[in-house]
Design a protein around this ligand. Structure first.
Ligand code: MG
Length: 517
């Protein structure tokens, strides 16, 4: 039986060699591989949308058709030493490692396809493909660690025979498997799936990529920069939600492994990075406790004077009841309490960094209580309330909302000549259904020529620099970001303050600041 299998494999090999010679897919300067520049890796092929079986040749072909940068698959070895493509240790209730290939292959895949051998799979992956990497996961052996390493060696040798090496990326949960691959082929591209090693450690061990569950990067955000510094490829699995995709795209992951390649392509097209924006500063609020003191400072300066607007709240410092991070978000909470001569406590956070031009994107959910006046806005770097030069100095309001006028969101720009007290400020409103029930993205895009303010995909405020000087365009300088929840004040209090509605919460999922180089 083994001999027959061997003969069959040899026949296949011969066929492949001839095919490669005629098509010169590798090593021919005129037909070089140019991998797709997107980060989309189809997890077990692109199977979901077309209801194909995972790890089938059909799903691999679909991933190539979509021009994914990679298509992932899982390799195991049968009892009679045939390398096959299958995720689980069992196939149709038969243990793969203890069964012969012919017994396994008696069961077809759900689309009628034969259980693919690695040879057949690679053959399909080579054909008409110069865009899509073959991301080969070598499963650890249940028999022994040594057995797993032997499988790895066998895989690399087969790939080499097919001259498919440039297309391959090897991934594994077993670190020793990856190390063995490097011994056999030092040029092989390897990525570790396990998550328990820092990019520096991977670099030291000669591994090329960190292919971790995306929650690992959420827990270790500094690993993203560390990987980039150490030229360790960033890959995250298995990412199927738009919000998670957006975060990884904004952080410029080289690979994102997904069951939803079509959705990921859509998110990439929509992402700020597609328009040349580069993430420069962010807080994803993926920690617990007070707001990150390296990024935020509490602003209390105007407490005693009601911030010039007769506001009812007292902004506190380091009080978690008013500003805390947990469950992946920042909550600013306004509380009804008697505090320092005021009837409400709340918080106002200023970013320590400031930026001249860029894209500021804040994902927030607004409070609904009458009397609330939340704001996401910007003031010039170094400016403080006591300077008394407002509004000539300039102000950019990305969002204001008052609780008595639900879901009507305002954007404004104030300057010496265009300001609120004269009623000449540049301003616009948009109705955002569910602004107090769901998170929405509140976005400023700002250059020396123009500022645009948008909610999600709807841009509703545009203010062009008319070139008439500082009194109308005081915005060619750095501004910092302010997040606050005021209570009452000349605007918030127009219909009173509904005391019974408090506490009221202004919630943030993230703040991302992009700039262009
Ligand atoms: Mg896999």
């Amino acid at each position: 039986m083994k001999k027959t299998q061997l003969k069959k494999q040899t026949a296949h090999l011969l066929f492949i060699s001839i095919w490669i010679a005629s098509c010169s897919f590798a090593g021919n300067a005129q037909n070089k591989i140019s991998f797709a520049t997107n980060p989309v890796v189809a997890h077990r092929g692109a199977w979901k949308k077309n209801n194909l079986p995972q790890n089938s040749v059909a799903s691999l072909k679909q991933a190539i058709e979509l021009k994914c940068t990679g298509s992932e698959f899982d390799v195991r070895m049968t009892a009679d030493d045939i390398l096959i493509i299958n995720h689980d240790p069992e196939y149709n209730k038969l243990p793969v490692e203890k069964s012969n290939y012919k017994d396994l292959a008696a069961f077809k895949l759900s689309n009628g396809e034969k259980l693919p051998t690695l040879l057949e799979y690679l053959k399909a992956g080579i054909k008409n493909n110069n865009s899509t990497r073959l991301v080969c996961e070598i499963k650890p052996s249940e028999i022994s660690k040594e057995c797993g390493k032997a499988v790895a060696e066998k895989v690399v040798k087969l790939v080499h025979k097919l001259k498919a090496d440039p297309l391959l990326v090897y991934i594994s949960f077993d670190y020793d498997i990856l190390k063995r691959i490097k011994e056999v082929d030092p040029k092989a591209s390897t990525q570790y799936l396990g998550g328990g090693k820092s990019p520096e450690q991977l670099k030291a061990d000669g591994i090329n990529g960190a292919d971790f569950h995306y929650s690992v990067f959420v827990e270790h955000p500094t690993w993203i920069e560390m990987a980039k510094k150490n030229t360790i490829t960033l890959n995250a699995w298995t990412v199927n939600e738009a919000a998670d995709m957006d975060w990884l795209i904004s952080n410029n992951f080289g690979f994102i492994t997904t069951n939803e390649p079509e959705l990921l392509f859509e998110r990439i097209k929509k992402s700020p990075t597609a328009n040349g924006w580069i993430l420069k500063w962010s807080d994803e609020f993926n920690y617990r406790g007070l707001p990150d003191s390296t990024k935020w400072i509490y602003d209390t300066e105007g407490n005693s004077s009601g911030w010039g607007n007769n506001e009812a709240q007292f902004y506190t410092v380091g009080k978690k009841e008013n500003a805390r991070v947990e469950n992946g978000k920042l909550d600013i909470t306004a509380i009804r309490e008697d505090i320092d001569g005021h009837s409400y406590s709340s918080a106002r956070l200023n970013s320590k960094a400031d930026w001249q031009f860029g894209r500021v994107e804040v994902r927030a959910k607004l409070p609904a209580g009458v009397g609330t006046w939340p704001a996401i806005w910007m003031m010039p770097g170094g400016w403080s309330y006591k300077d008394g030069n407002w509004p000539a100095i300039g102000e950019i309001d990305i969002l204001e909302h008052v609780g008595y006028n639900l879901n009507v969101v305002h954007a404004s720009a104030h300057s010496k000549d265009y300001q609120w007290q004269k009623g000449t400020q540049r301003t616009a409103v948009i109705t955002v259904p569910g602004a107090t029930e769901n998170f929405h993205n509140y976005i400023l895009e700002w250059t020396s020529e123009v500022m645009n303010i948008c909610v999600d995909d709807s841009c509703y405020f545009t203010y062009k620099n008319e070139g008439l000087g500082e009194s109308k365009w005081p915005y060619n300088k750095p501004f910092y970001l302010i997040l606050n929840l005021a209570v009452g004040g000349v605007w918030g209090n127009v219909k009173g303050i509904e005391e019974a509605a408090f506490p009221q919460i202004l919630e943030f999922e993230y703040v991302r600041v992009y700039q262009k180089n």
